[in-house]
Structure formats: C-alpha cells, structure tokens
Design a protein around this ligand. Sequence first.
Ligand SMILES: Nc1nc2c(c(=O)[nH]1)N[C@H]1C(S)=C(S)[C@@H](COP(=O)(O)O)O[C@H]1N2
Ligand SMILES: [Mo]
Length: 329
Amino acid sequence: MHLLKDRGFAVPSSEVTSRDVYEGRRHMLKLLAMGAAGATLSAWAGRDALAQSTTVRPNKLAALPGSRSSVGGTMEKLTPYQDVTTYNNFYEFGTDKSDPGRNAHTLKTRPWTVAVEGEVKKPKVYDIDELIKLAPMEERIYRLRCVEGWSMVVPWMGYSMSELIKRVEPTGQAKYVEFVTLADPKTMPYVGSRVLEWPYIEGLRMDEAMHPLALLTFGLYGEVLPNQNGAPVRAVLPWKYGFKSGKSIVKIRFVEKEPRTSWVKANSGEYGFYSNVNPKVDHPRWSQATERRIGEDGIFQKKRPTLMFNGYESQVGQLYAGMDLAKYF
Ligand SMILES: Nc1nc2c(c(=O)[nH]1)N[C@H]1C(S)=C(S)[C@@H](COP(=O)(O)O)O[C@H]1N2
Ligand SMILES: [Mo]
C-alpha cells in the first residue's frame, strides 16, 4: 500500500478533478467488490491512499465502508470536494460561507452520543460508533439546494433514517420527529450570537422521516464527514431546502406536535416547517426559480432551473398530495 501512496501521479493535483479521483476510487471499489473476500481493511486503506495522493485534502479522514445505492442517484457532475468542504452554512461557526471550514476544527466529535427519545417504545442513547454500525451504509449522490439559491451534488454516505426509526419503535402518538443539534459555546464561537436561537432545531413529519430518501449521514466522498459538513452525524433531506438538514445531531425526539424549528422561530414569514424545494413558491425576498451550482461560477455561467422537490418529485410528491404548497411552504 505504501507503493501507491509514494508513487504519486505525474499530473499535478490541480489538474485532477475530484470527479476523476472519485471515479478512480469507485473503480477500485468495484474491483474490491468482485473479489469480495479480499476486501480487507488494508485494501480500504489503499483505496484511501490512492485518493490522498491525487487530491489536496486539508484533513485526512477515515474511510467509511459502504456500497453504492441506486436511491436518488443522479448522473450530474459531482461538486468538487474542495467546494463541498469550504463553502458551507453552519452558523454555529460563523455566518460567512468560509467560516465553518476555518473554525469547525474545534468541534470534538468523540465521545459523541445521540439520544433517541420521546414517543418511542425503545428510547436509547446511542454511542456514535454504535450508530454508525446500526445499518449497512450506502453512498447516495444527492443534490442539496440551499434556500439562498445555490446547489451542490454530493456523494453522501449513510443509511435511511427509517433504519433507526423502526428499531426504536415509535408509539401511535409519534407524529413528528425533532432533530436537536449540538450547541456548545466552548467549541462553537457563534453559539450565543443572536443570529438564531440555539440549539439549532429542525423537524420532519413522521412519513417524511420514514421516506427512504431521508438519509442519516456520516460521510461524504467515501470518508467520515468533515466537521464543517456536520460531523459526526447529520441529516440530508434532498427534496427540502438545505437548512432542514441539521448538522451535528445530538438528539432525535419523537413528538406529537409540529416542532418549532429554529428558522421558523427566526422568521416564520420567510421560512416554513415544510420547506420543500419549489421553483413556483418564491422566498419573500427573492425568486426560487433558478439556482447557481457551486463550483460552476463564472460571469458567463448560466443559472440552472430549480426543479420541483429538487428533482425528487416522482419519489416524494405523494407525501404532499392535496396540500396547498404555497400555504404549507
Ligand atoms: N446545526 C446546523 N445545521 C445546519 C446549518 C446550520 O447553520 N447549523 N445550516 C443549514 C444550511 S442553511 C445548509 S444549506 C446546509 C449546508 O450543508 P453543507 O455545508 O454540508 O453543504 O446545512 C444546514 N444544516
Ligand atoms: Mo441553506
């Protein structure tokens, strides 16, 4: 495995796109899968070494084992790793897109527990390393559309939230799920600022949380989540605006009433509980009809049309049948 790492590549790293590298790693994954018995830890380490040798990685992160999923797959070009990890919203670490990438190194992701409680027959405090192994991890390539008008395509790693939900056995009273994320003033410089009420709280209706697309996410690009992307565990809900996908989750509560989420508390006229991506329902201060793909910037770069439910209408449309989406925005 040393050989791989030390040999390097003739092409300068700047000329190798993350996509190329990632395709290479995928190919290697396929080879490993074909000789499944040989897919040992050292092989995983080798795969990682290959990736390390061809991209500039600010942090060396552990590889996550997982298989490719057909759920929500898109053929669109992946947003480069560099952009995914340096252009972020994570207000606990600052309101500038570059703040989380610069500040989130202070976040301590071990030890870490996630308390699953409320209207469930089997409440439990999960250690993060137990949660990671709860169900087989899959890679899901999802678009993430921020309410601010930009989007990314990211290969996330995780498993459907339903895997966790069915294990804790919600009671008949469980109508909604609330996600509470970490609010630690010692490691998060903006907790205490007035931009939002802390902790950052998000929520879903039960049937939304049970939808197979709803991903409990532990990694991206085959590695554990960088802190700025919500380590060690976050939600990714690809048909909803990005702010619904809470980062660095510490508590999952099953409740009877619709949770009061941080953004609804901050401005209920601008942000609703549902926040489904919808090009026909504008934000009071801007249009939601188009979006800018991160990594494709340039003065001549055309904006992309925003798709209903961010392109996942055939999968999730039924959840909202008969609902007035302008009212329940
Ligand atoms: N805890 C927490 N989670 C959060 C946020 C935040 O500020 N705090 N920002 C949200 C917003 S607005 C978006 S667009 C996505 C961005 O995720 P990414 O940085 O991994 O692209 O995270 C969401 N999750
Ligand atoms: Mo966002």
